[in-house]
Design a binder for this molecule. Structure first.
Ligand code: AMP
Length: 313
């Protein structure tokens, strides 16, 4: 008889590739889950620490799976950064017990023919810019939730629309999991941490901070009393025109349903989102319109873990 791997807490979480081993290791434990595509950074670590705090005596599982289904044909699937040793170290130091690292045939066996598509919140913004992306996300997240069966799953507000899609799917399909959003972790410059920042030089990263400055300009306009959607948007666009080598996908001011409004009310769900290609790399970011909603936002130097008080959809 083979015994299931014994989970370890500490710098080297056990790497599990087989779903049956995962089930055996988790049986009888409270579980908090952080799905990722790896190349872990301080943003992921913040989610993992929040997961650790959510199930003090339980198991924290981090999945590392670069999901082919959520990449378009001309996107960066083949060059997406991969670093399993680094991921083990970051995940372990943040308190993960297990790293689930399935291969593509395990997740998508021959003949795989099911997908989950969430309408509404997944249609505008990244849904329009990346056709099929959120179907890939929803499908893999549902599969991972079924494999891990967590009590709590943590997602970053960095991917605000993704968080909305996951929440809608979990609600619509009655999935027994508590989905929690975690505020975006940023460099001191304001640049949101992202695995894709690894494609950029230090100088390019400094220039990419223009995205967060544009979002803050929208917040400032909103704080100054501006409520017209188009005028709020323009405050952000004015900042982006100062940037070199930027090609904008969208800058949108939206409500909790991800759709633009002519007049924004005072709903804490109101958000400004941006997606742009800079130096050949597609970057996304977002902030609440009301800056105080972001009170929990942390930077790498502060690195405080706090859970968001608002959640999309
Ligand atoms: P990814 O590996 O990019 O798919 O991200 C895995 C999870 O980490 C997602 O829930 C992301 O929203 C979250 N995440 C990525 N970057 C950050 C960040 N800078 N701050 C907070 N969460 C993040």
């Amino acid at each position: 008889m083979t015994l299931p791997p014994e989970p370890q807490v500490g710098p080297h979480p056990t790497v599990i590739t087989d779903p049956a081993d995962l089930r055996a290791a988790l049986r009888g434990h409270a579980v908090a889950f952080v799905p990722t595509m790896g190349a872990l950074h301080e943003g992921h670590a913040t989610l993992i620490r929040a997961a650790r705090a959510a199930v003090p005596g339980g198991r924290v599982v981090v999945s590392v799976f670069v999901n082919p289904m959520q990449f378009g044909p001309n996107e960066d699937l083949s060059r997406y950064p991969r670093d399993l040793d680094g991921d083990r170290r970051v995940a372990g130091e943040a308190g993960a017990d297990l790293l689930f690292h399935p291969d593509v045939p395990t997740m998508y066996p021959d003949g795989f023919s099911t997908s989950v598509s969430v309408s509404g919140v997944s249609e505008p913004l990244d849904g329009a810019a990346r056709p099929g992306h959120f179907t890939g996300v929803a499908t893999v997240v549902l599969k991972l939730l079924n494999l891990v069966r967590p009590d709590v799953a943590l997602f970053g507000e960095k991917d605000w629309q993704q968080l909305a899609v996951v929440r809608r799917m979990v609600r619509d399909l009655n999935l027994p999991v508590d989905v929690r959003g975690v505020p975006t972790v940023r460099e001191d410059s304001g640049l949101a941490l992202s695995s894709r920042n690894a494609y950029l030089s230090a100088d390019q990263r400094a220039q990419a901070a223009v995205l967060s400055r544009a979002l803050r300009a929208v917040q400032a306009a909103y704080a100054g009393g501006e409520r017209r959607g188009a005028a709020l948007r323009q405050a952000g666009l004015d900042v982006l025109t100062t940037a070199a080598d930027l090609s904008l996908d969208y800058l949108s001011v939206v409500g909790g349903d991800m759709h633009e409004r002519e007049i924004m009310d005072n709903d804490p769900m109101n958000r400004v989102l941006v997606a742009a290609r800079m130096f050949g790399v597609r970057l996304i970011d977002n902030m609440p319109l009301a800056a105080h909603v972001a009170a929990g936002q942390s930077t790498v130097s502060q690195s405080t873990v706090s859970q968001s008080t608002v959640s999309p959809a």
